[in-house]
Each structure stands twice: as structure tokens, then as C-alpha cells.
Design a protein around this ligand. Structure first.
Ligand code: ADP
Length: 339
């Protein structure tokens, strides 16, 4: 089972760098503002002390010199007060700005780091999935080449096995490409008959159903939506294929289409192995495979089908709901806007 995504830790260095940038900008504004305030206050102060000379403050001084020295003294004092106030103001801005900058820097960086982490995880998972079939092919080919008594039928056996692995790799690469190119993207939306989508999908998986003697019960009411018919068929195939894959031989699968409120609904239900409640919330994640499918039963798959299905449903303005009970069965409901 692939681990569910863990909470991303924002790394320190980029957050601190961004904090420094934010803070630098705030301090630049604050200092520019302070210089401006300083200049204006100073000239106001000078003007105030220069104003009335006769009959004003001069009355209290015995000479112009003593008035001037008083004026200079007051000017210096005023200047010192303004400087002290501006210094305290800038200190407060520095402290508050530093805290706020750090908070916003972390908030800015978190989604970027999460996206990067998802990308790295995706690449690592994809490489891991590709390695297994490639390693099998390599070993089988090497063994065959080393075997001096290799018969034609042995060689054919090896080629057959290699072909199976190549098919696996191809289906994985096709799936990866679908995901990378945004599986859901609708180029030319058209009116789509959802019942026909289900019918076509059933046709495509009939063979694997009959191999497992699984009966498909269909109840397809006429309901229409807008979108990409081929993508919707692919979505339905993924769900029906899963219902067959994760059901034991001889079980039953139900497929329904119907209208519900503003939605066209496609329902795929099975009486298969079911999914644990704790794993249900992860099954739409890329490469996620619930316990049983990877280990116990060795069911073929890479865990990307449902993420493609989800992308397609969302591109149609809809969603997929999954309900399941372990050992009882699962029901998937695709709900897209009806027309
Ligand atoms: P895959 O089938 O290739 O593993 P999916 O993305 O289609 O990948 O499904 C993810 C996982 O969800 C599967 O591995 C399986 O554990 C679980 N799952 C999906 N559909 C069903 C179902 N109908 N019944 C039980 N488990 C299911």
C-alpha cells in the first residue's frame, strides 16, 4: 500500500529568504516615510521657532543672541525628540514586520513546496512501477541467453513472458501520459448519451467479465450530459473493470444510469472484496492501491485508474463518490451535470 500523503514541512531557507525580501521592502517603505516625516517635522519646527520676533518671544529675552541660542537649543531638542520617536517607530515596524513577513513567507512557500513534493513523489512512484517489469524482462532475457541448451519452445516461452511485461509497461506509460496531459481535458464538448456510454463500456469489458463468470446487470435509463464521449467511456471502463477485477469468480456487477436532480448519474456496484474505510479516502490518489490489491490477491494494476477517472469526472464539472464495505462490496457513483 502506498503511504498516504504526509503533511508538508516548509523548509527553512526559502522561507527565511522570502522573509528577508518582504522585510526589506517593508523597511524601505518605513525608512522612506520616516525621512519624509523627519524633514517635514524639522521644517515645521524651524518655522515655528522663527516666526514672531517682535513683541513675541523676543519680549522675554534681553538680546537677540540669547533668543537665538534659546532657539537653537529648542531646535536641537525637537530634532532629538523626532529622531527618538522615529527610531522607536522603525523598531516597532521591524519587529511587527519581521513576524508578519515570516508568517506570509511560510504561507506563500507551502503550496509551492507541496506541488514540488507531489511531483517528486509522482516521479519516484512511476519509476518504481516501471522498474519491476523491466527487471523481470532483463532477468528472463539474461537467463535465456546464458542457457546453451535453449530450445525454440523455451525461447518462445521467454518471449511470451517478455511480451506480457511489455504490455504492462505500455499500459502504465499510457496511463502516465494520460495523467500528465490532464486526462479529463475536453476539446470539443458534445451532447453525450450516458446510457450509451455505459453500454459501450460494458461491451469493452465483456470478455474479462465472462472469463471470471461475472454477470453484469444493467439498468440504463436515457440521460444526457455534455462533454467528451470517449473520455466518459474510458471512465466507465475503469470503474467496471475494477468491479470485475476486485470481485471473486461468479459474482455480480450492477450498472445503472439515471437522472437525479441536476445530475446524470452512472452507478457501478459490485459484491467484491470491498475497501477498508481508512483506505477509501485514498483510492483516488495516484499510485494508491489498497492492501489486498497489491499483496494478497495479486490483482493487476498500478493504482492510477481511479485518478484518471476522477480527472475525467471533474473535467465534466462532476465528481465520483465511492461507498464500500469490506467483504460486502463497493459502489461508485459518477455524477455529472445533465442537459
Ligand atoms: P488499480 O486497480 O490499478 O490498482 P485504481 O486507481 O483503479 O488502480 O484503484 C485504486 C485502488 O482502489 C485499487 O488498487 C483497489 O485497492 C481499490 N479499488 C478500486 N475499485 C475497487 C473495487 N471495485 N473494489 C475493491 N477495491 C477497489
Amino acid at each position: 500500500m502506498t503511504k498516504p500523503a504526509e503533511k508538508t514541512q516548509v523548509s527553512w531557507t526559502p522561507a527565511l529568504k522570502l522573509t528577508a525580501w518582504y522585510l526589506g521592502f517593508i523597511m524601505l517603505l518605513s525608512l522612506t516615510f520616516s525621512v519624509f516625516v523627519y524633514r517635514v517635522s524639522l521644517s515645521e519646527l524651524e518655522r515655528g521657532l522663527r516666526r514672531p520676533t517682535v513683541g513675541g518671544p523676543m519680549l522675554y529675552f534681553d538680546s537677540e543672541n540669547s533668543y537665538n541660542s534659546f532657539r537653537l537649543e529648542r531646535l536641537k531638542q525637537g530634532e532629538a525628540n523626532i529622531r527618538a520617536n522615529l527610531f522607536v517607530f522603525n523598531l516597532i515596524i521591524l519587529a511587527a514586520g519581521g513576524g508578519l513577513s515570516y508568517f506570509f513567507a511560510r504561507r506563500t512557500i507551502r503550496p509551492i513546496e507541496e506541488a514540488l513534493e507531489a511531483q517528486t513523489r509522482f516521479t519516484a512512484d512511476a519509476s518504481h512501477e516501471l522498474r519491476t517489469p523491466l527487471a523481470v524482462m532483463q532477468t528472463e532475457t539474461e537467463v535465456a541467453l546464458r542457457d546453451k541448451k535453449l530450445t525454440v519452445s523455451d525461447a518462445k516461452e521467454t518471449l511470451k513472458s517478455n511480451l506480457e511485461e511489455v504490455t504492462r509497461v505500455r499500459s502504465l506509460v499510457d496511463g502516465l501520459l494520460r495523467l500528465a496531459r490532464n486526462a479529463g481535458a475536453i476539446e470539443k464538448p458534445v451532447k453525450v448519451n450516458v446510457a450509451m456510454v455505459a453500454e459501450e463500456a460494458i461491451g469493452r469489458v465483456e470478455k474479462s467479465a465472462s472469463l471470471k463468470k461475472i454477470e453484469i446487470d444493467q439498468e440504463l435509463a436515457l440521460v444526457f450530459s455534455r462533454g467528451d464521449q470517449e473520455n466518459l467511456i474510458e471512465l466507465a471502463v475503469i470503474l467496471i473493470d475494477n468491479a470485475i477485477k476486485y470481485s471473486q469468480v461468479g459474482k455480480k456487477v450492477w450498472i445503472k444510469t439515471y437522472a437525479e436532480g441536476k445530475h446524470a448519474v452512472l452507478m457501478v456496484a459490485d459484491e467484491g472484496e470491498g475497501i477498508k474505510a481508512s483506505q477509501l479516502e485514498h483510492i483516488f490518489e495516484r499510485f494508491y492501491r489498497a492492501d489486498g490489491s497489491r499483496t494478497k490477491q495479486k490483482v493487476e494494476g498500478f493504482g492510477i485508474g481511479l485518478s484518471i477517472a476522477k480527472q475525467i469526472a471533474e473535467a465534466h464539472g462532476g465528481l465520483i463518490e465511492a461507498h464500500s464495505e469490506l467483504g460486502v462490496g463497493s459502489t461508485f457513483l459518477v455524477k455529472i451535470p445533465k442537459v
